[in-house]
Design a protein around this ligand. Structure first.
Ligand SMILES: *Cc1c(COP(=O)(O)O)cnc(C)c1O
Length: 431
């Protein structure tokens, strides 16, 4: 399997090269040169996430130096539970809980997989590997957790100062050692632009091997596609029907993984993208006009993205607007609707939604009864509500118990440096 740049199919790479580079040399994003075809029966006997993931990912690893290590990578990365919990409604609906990893958000899947893969790549010891990661809140913590203490690798986390929740900030800054945390005076889009500028800077690239752990890295999308394979197979085996998914979306990495899993042939029906008030993608689906804009702060801050990177991959797959419009649907959920949904659903659930997951729950509530009955629905839960107590607790009038892994991180001291959103300041911080 080769991986091609979205901007020039002539720029191809092996999987190992794509993982190590993150971004293609021409600034494009790597996509598989072809999608393998797999049907539900190809997964007979595979029931756990690691078992499903190995079958799903084998064709994506064919011919690569990492192929023999796939089982070990999957086993190391996916060592926490992935419950698919019935919602308890009259119609068939379930919640895919992706928040049982070390930093309590779905980013742990991609970050841990990428770390396990990069750790197995041979590289020259003379040039350290620097992983640059721009984060809107959860990615940076997951990447830092996954790489912390690994020899020969340095992680640089860039996050928008004041625009992440206090507990997210704690997870971004509690590491030290081989992790540098930079609070950038700007937005997530500024952080993302800085990472891109660092890649384009020949001086930086000469002294270190730069890589990116953002969802632009194909090594994050592949493991995410595995949990869609897993959840869709579990639903198909139970009901004989393809599942529809609702995905809280920002930079589109999570939903793109679902699109890829569906393209491979997994039993996945409709994909509904739930957005906060950052409506670049919903507006594009409605009008056909691509108009990126600055991000706006919302309660679902990890989805505050005005110029989602993975749109380039989605449009590569569906170059024509009508086709793209047919492939995914979108809903916009205001902060007010997020609050109301957390309050309303609290009564019927064991635990409240996090603000991001609440956008998916609201999208589900907006479906017509006929649509709800038409297929089994899976609501993708992207983070644990205990990461956002300042939003969730006043709404439900109760405290949210903190999962033990998260509680441990909250005790650690902070290591952080504040920088202006300029390449000069970033280079200075890296020096
Ligand atoms: C990152 C994130 C999202 C958005 O996911 P994308 O892949 O950027 O679309 C949603 N919810 C949470 C909790 C996140 O951390």
């Amino acid at each position: 399997m080769r991986y091609l740049s979205t901007r020039d199919a002539g720029q191809s790479a092996t999987l190992s090269e794509a993982l190590a580079r993150g971004l293609a040399p021409d600034g494009g994003l790597y996509v598989p040169s072809a999608f393998p075809a797999l049907a539900a029966r190809d997964f007979d006997g595979a029931t756990t996430l690691p078992e499903v993931a190995v079958r799903f990912l084998t064709p994506f690893f064919v011919g690569d130096a990492l192929a023999p290590a796939l089982g070990a990578i999957v086993g190391e990365a996916f060592d926490f539970p992935v419950p698919l919990v019935a919602l308890g409604t009259a119609e068939d609906a379930a919640v895919l809980e992706l928040f049982h990893g070390p930093t309590a958000a779905f980013k742990d899947f991609g970050a841990r997989f990428l770390a396990a893969a990069l750790a197995r790549l041979p590289r020259a010891a003379s040039r350290p590997l620097s992983i640059l990661v721009a984060t809107s809140g959860d990615t940076g913590g997951a990447v830092a957790a996954a790489f912390h203490g690994r020899p020969g690798v340095e992680v640089v986390v860039l996050y928008p100062k004041g625009l992440v929740s206090p507990r997210q900030e704690q997870q971004l800054t509690c590491w030290g050692g081989n992790v540098r945390s930079l609070a950038v005076q700007g937005t997530f889009d500024d952080c993302q632009a800085l990472v891109k500028a660092a890649f384009a800077d020949t001086g930086l690239a000469a002294e270190r091997v730069l890589s990116s752990a953002n969802s632009i890295n194909v090594g994050r999308l592949l493991p995410q596609a595995s949990y869609y394979a897993y959840a869709s197979l579990a639903t198909f085996r139970r009901t004989g029907r393809a599942a529809n998914f609702i995905v809280p979306s920002g930079n589109l990495g999570n939903v793109l993984a679902a699109v890829w899993a569906r393209r491979v042939g997994l039993p996945i029906g409709e994909l509904v993208l739930a957005f906060n008030e950052n409506r670049t993608v919903p507006d594009y689906l409605a009008t056909g006009e691509w108009r990126p804009r600055p991000s706006r702060p919302t309660l679902a801050s990890a989805m505050d993205v005005g110029n989602p990177s993975n749109m380039e991959r989605l449009r590569h797959l569906y170059p024509e607007w009508p086709a793209l419009k047919g492939a995914v649907a979108a809903t916009v959920v205001s902060d007010e609707a997020i609050r109301a949904r957390i309050r309303t659903d609290r009564a019927s659930l064991k635990q409240p939604w996090c603000p991001h997951t609440a956008t998916a729950a609201e999208a589900y509530a907006r479906l017509t009864p006929a649509a709800r009955a038409a297929a089994p629905w899976v609501l993708v839960s992207t983070a644990h509500p205990a990461k956002f107590p300042e939003t969730v607790e006043p709404l439900i009038g109760a405290s949210v118990p903190v999962p033990p892994a998260l509680a441990r991180l909250l005790e650690l001291p902070k290591h952080v440096r504040e920088i202006p959103a300029t390449l000069a300041a970033l280079k200075d911080a890296l020096a």
